[in-house]
Design a binder for this molecule. Structure first.
Ligand code: SRM
Ligand code: SF4
Length: 512
């Protein structure tokens, strides 16, 4: 079925260009685009529509493009990692990759003329970047230890893959869902610790038993934006695992056909739920999905604190282990990507898993291989035992590549955490999240300490600064944090963080 979007009465500028030409149309034009060069492209094709293929023009580094992949449940093979490594390797120092806050990979430094060949390689490797940006469904997140976690109820990988396949037409592109009113996030939790941050997704499935049968309670409307942030609310619906794809598509159709296309600041799903009320929204979804929606189970099974998976842990399979490697602020170079792929094949079963904390996991390591694994040189850089302040340090892209950024994030995040680690002793980990602007890609609202980039005036000059968020709670009883301090100049931040860590997280000063 093709989407039924009719010309809206009042179009915002994004809706205008989408109405003139569908984003996915550039798929068939890419070869021609590559021949004429990016400088010759129509501005809407270059800046907006290419995002339907996952291709991001970066105004900060014109001519060096970013490619956002789709990696369902964040699980890929060593062979696939090698293909991605070989793509960024050809750009030398300009090539790199980032693990994202949606368990995904973004490749950087790509020359435009190379895309047709790159897309052939991705296709051969069973990889896709389709519909990963703009008004599309983002990477679908699931438990990073799906299928290997002794405490899980269900392996979320096949569920995430099935939803991705339905939404993207097996990665080929699906005209049914190319024109949503806004972006849309989906997450599937399979265990007890809410490893996916269900509460910050437009649509999330959390494990829940009904009359002894396993299924999922459905949450809707969670999102962050510069204007408003809200945790997801219960839809009062319970579905069986085999119904997840159909329900996801039905909710997307309701959103597609009824979400606001006038004011882009009020286009995320929660605004539609507010306008209609939950009952009307639920009824519309039920009519669309074509089967009666069961009422939610009285309680869900999220009962644990969130695990970060860093370090070595036993799998549910006897004699096997998974190893969570800390990747500083998620940044990977080609040689490290090749090395991760090698370790996954030599010690594990070739699987590589990404986490929303921008770290990675190598799974299926036999007990007999653990000692040798721990001697591998890469683990000196991607540690199994990172310090409490860097273990779950998360950072969005920031000013290095993102034109929305108000501050540089990744390097500053790492440098500050390392300096504070040298000065302070901590017996507990502290989850610090950096985000370069109010768009909140680095999710400061879920952190123990969240830092959001802004600008302020100091000594008559405009300087980089941060608003500080605190009180974010993840896992069981997840709760969003609030802003507690405004516009702290970045050159004063270290002493502010130092005080916070001592007063609120039990840090003590190390002897000089
Ligand atoms: Fe984001 C836009 C990076 C997760 C909310 N986000 C952007 C853009 C595309 C802006 C741009 O064109 O430069 C950034 C690309 C910069 C670059 O070069 O990397 C960008 N977002 C990211 C990533 C890479 C941050 C990271 O370092 O991990 C994450 C990619 C996830 C993925 O794999 O798809 C990323 N973005 C998020 C999240 C977190 C999440 O999903 O859990 C959020 C908040 C949650 C949400 O969306 O509800 C988020 N990004 C935004 C928004 C605000 C959306 C809104 O409704 O207003 C924008 C701006 C927009 O869409 O207009 C944005
Ligand atoms: Fe860019 Fe802002 Fe998102 Fe950071 S939070 S990646 S600066 S849009």
């Amino acid at each position: 079925m093709i989407q039924s979007v009719s010309p809206p009465v009042k179009l915002n500028k994004f809706e205008k260009y989408k109405f003139e030409k569908d984003g996915l149309a550039v798929k068939n034009e890419l070869e021609q685009f590559a021949k004429i060069g990016w400088q010759a492209l129509d501005e809407n094709d270059l800046i907006h529509r290419l995002k339907w293929l996952g291709i991001f023009f970066r105004p900060v580094t014109p001519g060096k493009f970013m490619l956002r992949m789709r990696i369902a449940n964040g699980i890929l093979s060593a062979e696939q990692m090698r293909v991605l490594a070989s793509i960024v390797q050809r750009y030398g120092d300009e090539g790199s990759a980032d693990i994202t806050t949606r368990q995904n990979l973004q490749l950087r430094g790509i020359r435009f003329e190379d895309f047709p060949e790159i897309f052939k390689q991705l296709h051969q490797a069973g990889l896709t970047s389709i519909q990963s940006g703009m008004d599309n469904v983002r990477n679908i997140t699931g438990s990073p230890v799906a299928g290997i976690d002794a405490g899980e109820f269900i392996d979320t990988l096949p569920l995430c893959q099935a939803i991705q396949d339905a939404i993207t037409n097996q990665g080929e592109g699906n005209p049914e869902f190319t024109n949503l009113p806004r972006k849309f996030n989906i997450a599937v939790a399979g265990g007890r610790d809410n490893s996916v941050h269900a509460e910050i997704n437009d649509l999330a499935y959390v494990p829940a038993f009904k009359n002894g049968e396993f299924g999922f309670n459905v949450l809707v409307g969670g999102f962050f934006s510069a204007k408003r942030c809200d945790a997801a609310i219960p839809l009062n619906a319970w579905v069986k695992p085999q119904q997840l794809s159909d329900l996801s598509c039905a909710i997307l159709r309701v959103f597609r056909d009824n979400g606001s296309r006038a004011n882009r600041q009020k286009s995320r799903l929660m605004w539609l739920i507010d306008e209609w009320g939950l009952e009307k929204f639920r009824a519309a979804v039920e009519a669309e999905v074509g089967f009666p929606l069961a009422e939610a189970a009285p309680k869900d099974e999220i009962a644990w604190e969130k695990r970060d998976c860093v370090g070595i842990h036993p799998q549910k399979q006897q004699g096997l282990h998974y190893a969570g490697l800390h990747v500083p602020v998620g940044r990977l170079r080609a040689d490290r990507m090749f090395e991760v792929a090698r370790l996954a094949q030599v010690y594990g079963n070739g699987e590589i898993r990404l986490t929303v904390e921008q770290n990675l996991i190598i799974s299926h390591i036999e007990t007999a291989k653990l000692d040798a694994f721990q001697q591998e040189p890469l683990l000196r850089e991607f540690s199994l035992t990172p310090a409490p302040l860097v273990r779950e340090l998360v950072s969005c892209t920031g000013a290095q590549f993102c034109n929305f950024a108000l501050v540089e994030t990744k390097q500053r995040a790492l440098a500050l955490a390392q300096e504070l680690t040298e000065e302070l002793a901590l017996s507990q980990k502290v989850r610090i999240h950096w985000t370069g602007c109010p768009n909140s890609c680095g999710q400061p609202q879920v952190a123990d300490i969240g830092l959001m980039g802004t600008k302020t005036r100091k000594d008559g000059k405009t300087v980089e600064a941060v608003d500080i968020y605190m009180g974010g709670k993840v896992g069981k009883d997840a709760k969003l944090g609030d802003r507690v301090m405004k516009a702290i100049p970045c050159d004063e931040l270290k002493s502010v963080l130092r005080d916070l860590l001592i007063e609120q997280f039990g840090a003590t000063e190390k002897p000089c």
